[in-house]
Write a protein of this length. Structure first.
Length: 63
């Protein structure tokens, strides 16, 4: 599994995940459990939705 989630994308996913979890707690809804998806993909640095399309938000390393 090659990393395809860059630093900016990772930060956005963590912030969105925390916001979704907070909204789920505030509204007492199970929708807050959806927050696990962006948080997990941020920490794994791999997004399964990006893989089939060849998308990567990681920086290209130059030699």
């Amino acid at each position: 599994m090659t990393a395809n989630v860059g630093n900016t994308d990772r930060a956005i996913r963590i912030i969105a995940g925390v916001a979704i979890a907070a909204a789920g707690v505030y509204f007492q809804s199970w929708w807050g459990a959806i927050a696990a998806v962006p948080i997990a993909t941020a920490f794994m640095r791999w997004c399964p939705a990006y893989a089939p399309f060849g998308i990567s938000t990681c920086r290209v390393q130059t030699k």
